[in-house]
Design a protein around this ligand. Structure first.
Ligand SMILES: Cc1cc2nc3c(=O)[nH]c(=O)nc-3n(C[C@H](O)[C@H](O)[C@H](O)COP(=O)(O)O)c2cc1C
Length: 359
């Protein structure tokens, strides 16, 4: 049985344990997308996990949807991220930047150019979004032209190069949670008639092109992807072909030899088992709301190579130490998840040498 604390090889890196910080948007960047000053502390506090995956980070102006999320496509973004990657490395950690293009999950009030959101098709997600003026309905997006889809692939490639310039160990493409990549998968969001819509092959094409382009730019062993097969929120319905789309997609991406696939599991165990068989590189598994006593079970059973945790890591900078010593965990405070400053960000208490908590 493999221990969650056993070292593991991911891409070109040797990680000291199999615990991963799941990507979490914290909305504390500057309005120009430069990461906030406290982000270096936040990530370095959590560098004891084998791998840190950052918050979703937009690859372009069009890719932003929420207020004050960071970007990685301008020199200021690169300089901001460099401060973060260098302190994580000083602590012996590894950090992949998650590249997140929101597609239609966007409000013009939140973006730098205040333009209409872009998506595979002009179909609104049917939900609201927080803006500086409070909650507002998300407007109907504009459908990308075929040429613009190709330009978006190029934007991703540029962002991946920028992430490496900023010192990141790699990038994870956000292909989950109803954002642009998954919008292409779902017939409810993608009614295109060009080569990016219709058949399973066509709906998977955008993801495959993005990952192929990035792998060519920065290396397959620094390129990874997150998927959430079966996500049904914000108007995403992958339909009866959904599981087959993922079988096809994972088999195609496997040919690239990427650093890892990161599955945010939505409950289809048979599909998860198939993905495990189809994928020869490391698999990171995130089971939302996984209880503490189950941590390590998927690595022990061989279903996953690494396990990712979100809220528990957000609230416990010394997550690995607490697990090893069987210490109590702090509870995450949802009121401070998005926006604000130090509170609920860099002030969660850590265990002292004596085992009690101190901040
Ligand atoms: C505050 C917050 C922000 C999140 N932002 C992202 C994100 O930017 N990208 C992403 O892929 N998932 C995001 N997630 C989902 C987490 O990565 C994770 O899948 C989810 O929290 C379930 O795991 P957990 O129960 O261990 O927290 C976010 C979750 C939380 C709590």
């Amino acid at each position: 049985m493999t221990s969650i604390f056993a070292p593991v090889r991911v891409g070109r890196y040797s990680l000291p344990n199999r615990l991963v910080m799941a990507p979490m948007t914290r909305s504390r960047a500057a309005f120009d997308g430069t990461p906030g000053e406290l982000a270096a502390d936040y990530y370095s506090q959590r560098a004891g996990l084998g791998l840190v995956v950052t918050e979703g980070t937009q690859p372009s102006d069009d890719g932003q949807g929420y207020l004050t999320t960071p970007g990685i496509y301008t020199p200021a973004h690169v300089a901001g991220w460099r401060k973060i990657t260098s302190v994580v490395h000083e602590k012996g950690g590894h950090i992949f930047i998650q590249l997140m293009h929101v597609g239609r999950m966007s409000h013009p009030d939140n973006t730098p150019h205040h333009r209409q959101g872009v998506a595979p098709s002009a179909i609104a997600p049917g939900t609201g979004m927080f803006t500086a003026a409070g909650m507002q309905d998300i407007p109907t997006p504009r459908a990308l032209t075929t040429e613009e889809v190709r330009q978006t692939v190029t934007d991703f490639r540029h962002a991946a190069r920028s992430a490496i310039e900023a010192g990141a160990d790699g990038i994870e493409i956000h292909g989950a949670n109803a954002y642009l990549v998954q919008q292409f998968f779902a017939p409810s969001a993608n009614t295109r008639t060009d080569e990016y819509g219709g058949s399973i092959e066509n709906r998977a094409r955008f993801a495959i092109e993005v990952l192929t382009a990035i792998a060519a730019e920065i290396g397959t062993d620094r390129t990874a992807v997150r998927l959430s097969p079966g996500t049904a929120m914000w108007g995403i319905d992958e339909g009866p072909e959904g599981p087959d789309l993922y079988r096809y997609l994972v088999a195609e991406l496997d040919k690239l030899g990427l650093a890892y696939v990161h599955i945010m599991h939505q409950g289809n165990e048979a599909l998860l088992a198939d993905i495990r068989k189809l994928w020869r590189q490391p698999l990171i598994l995130n089971r939302p709301g996984r209880p503490r006593d189950q941590i390590g079970a998927d690595v022990a059973s061989g279903l996953a190579d690494l396990e990712a945790y979100g809220q528990m890591v957000l609230a416990n900078p010394d997550f690995v130490v607490r697990l090893k010593t069987n210490a109590a965990m702090n509870e995450a405070d949802p009121k401070t998840f998005y926006g604000g400053a130090a509170k609920g960000y860099i002030d969660y208490p850590v265990l002292s040498a004596k085992g009690d908590t101190s901040s």
